[in-house]
Design a protein around this ligand. Structure first.
Ligand code: BGP
Length: 475
């Protein structure tokens, strides 16, 4: 569709950015916090441990003040389960409650809406030992954690996200250090989808609980959605793209919105003797949980062709290796790549927004989008990151086209507000508007510096997305 005139961003559009607890906070065993799976995992060689990260635990005031300076309307952060409940269940850690109260209050003092992710890749280690999401009790563990959060923070937090990138936990869990498969498991696919099922039921119950306890609040899922293109107009390639879209994307949103398994996914699981078992009450719980909006993370699209049966699976969030009998992953020659090998597809962002909105007809907030790059702090105390400005500019432009296409958008939270530790590529893969002075193993000063993208994004927010030109004024 070629538009004659673009629609503006909505008046109360939520501009902001995101982080997650285990990647930004540090203080990983401080003030009573129990370890999470991220604290006990073996980090990839050459990458930092997750003990200090950006030290936001001690510097949240400074970080939030900088976000306010950029004009943020919203800050998406996650609550660490094991900071609140060190054992995952049982006793609450008062210091953990105090910390998030402080963060929430600090946001509100700056007129920043807190958008809270309830679970972002950081299962309490104590619960991993009890079988993690394989244990059917995990549903109750998560509901209990949600209840503690609603009771303590629900008077001030009006926007909640359930599980960050459940689809990535399921498809590439080992890469991000989360999937915990009990030893001796014979059918790993079945176990994986049983865990996935428990998460889906937990999410549905938590959405229903949120509506019951906090009638004013709004809640939604936060998967990683990437539209999958067919490599050619060969009809078999479209079948492959449909398969991959179902397994990677629609399973998660169909379940969140309709409470039903996607039919293509279900037959794939049947073929592999991997259908999850429904426990009593699951179907009802799935039917009773309804999101108020859809949050999703978007980094790039994927491209596939007909499977030749040899695909091995695996890869990372954006570099799937395809799935045997489902689809073969191929490069898209029309797209550039980031320094870390992820394809860049701003038009694909519009494609994905249009597709998600026409399938589900719920307002959308983008919970992540951004460019991981090597940044350099120069002698003038600045970080010149025109590549990031360009990436964001092109994506915001496409978001506006999607709005003009009729997509209902609530907000945009790129990854990340502050530099933090990547899921598996260390500190050197930076995403922030705010530079953190540390490197992989040398913590240096941990001081904050405003990148060029900081000043540029400030201007974008001030103009409510009207002015996306690369010029900016550094103050
Ligand atoms: C998403 C995760 C984030 C984040 C981001 C960038 O998959 O939700 O936690 O880190 O991607 O990925 P990476 O850190 O692997 O570059």
């Amino acid at each position: 569709m070629l538009h004659k005139q673009l629609k503006p961003f909505p008046e109360n559009f939520l501009w902001g950015a995101s982080t997650s607890a285990y990647q930004v906070e540090g203080a990983n065993l401080e003030d009573g916090k129990g370890p999470s799976c991220q604290d006990v995992k073996k980090v990839p060689e050459g990458t930092s441990e997750l003990d200090v990260c950006a030290d936001q635990y001690h510097r949240y005031k400074e970080d939030i003040a900088l976000m306010a300076e950029m004009g943020f309307k919203v800050y998406r952060f996650s609550i660490s389960w094991s900071r609140i409940l060190p054992e995952g269940t049982g006793a609450v850690n008062p210091k953990g409650i105090e910390y998030y109260n402080n963060v929430i209050n600090e946001c509100l003092a700056h007129d920043i809406v807190p958008l809270v992710t309830m679970f972002h890749f950081d299962m309490p280690a104590a619960l991993d030992q009890r079988g993690s999401w394989s244990n059917p009790e995990s549903v109750d563990w998560f509901v209990n954690f949600a209840k503690v959060m609603f009771e303590n923070f629900g008077d001030r937090v009006k926007y909640w996200l359930t599980i960050n990138e459940q689809n990535m936990l399921t498809l590439v869990g080992p890469m991000i250090g989360t999937l915990c498969i009990p030893e001796g498991t014979e059918n790993v696919l079945k176990e994986t989808y049983q865990q996935n099922h428990h998460m889906l039921v937990a999410q549905a119950k938590v959405m229903a609980l949120c509506h019951e306890m906090l009638p004013e609040a709004k809640i939604g899922p936060a998967p990683n959605i990437a539209l999958i293109y067919p490599n050619s107009n060969k009809p078999e390639d479209t079948i492959a793209a449909q398969n991959m879209n179902a397994i990677r994307n629609w399973l998660y949103l169909d379940m969140a919105v309709y409470g039903k398994y996607n039919n293509l996914v279900w037959s794939y699981l049947e073929e592999h003797d991997a259908c999850p078992e429904f426990h009593e009450g699951d179907a009802e719980a799935l039917a009773n949980g309804h999101p108020d909006f859809i949050g999703f993370n978007y980094y790039s699209t994927g491209t596939v062709e007909e499977s030749d049966g040899t695909e091995t699976g695996g890869g990372d969030q954006q570099s799937s290796r395809g799935l045997a009998g489902v689809a073969k992953n191929v490069k898209n020659p029309n797209l550039m790549k980031t320094e870390f090998g992820w394809e860049i597809d701003p038009v694909g962002f519009r494609n994905t927004l249009r597709e998600v909105y026409s399938r589900y007809r719920l307002p959308i907030i983008i919970t992540e989008n951004g460019l991981g790059a090597y940044d350099t702090l120069t002698e003038d105390g600045r970080v010149h990151d025109p590549y990031r400005i360009k990436y964001l500019q092109e994506h915001i432009k496409q978001m506006r086209l999607a709005i003009t296409d009729g997509v209902e958008m609530m907000g945009y939270c790129p990854w990340s507000a502050v530099d933090l530790v990547s899921t598996h590529e260390g500190v050197r893969k930076r995403y922030g508007f705010i530079y953190v002075d540390r490197d992989e193993f040398d913590l240096r000063t941990l001081d904050r510096y405003r990148k060029d993208s900081f000043f540029w994004y400030k201007k974008v927010i001030a103009s409510n997305g009207e002015d996306l030109s690369p010029e900016f004024t550094a103050e």
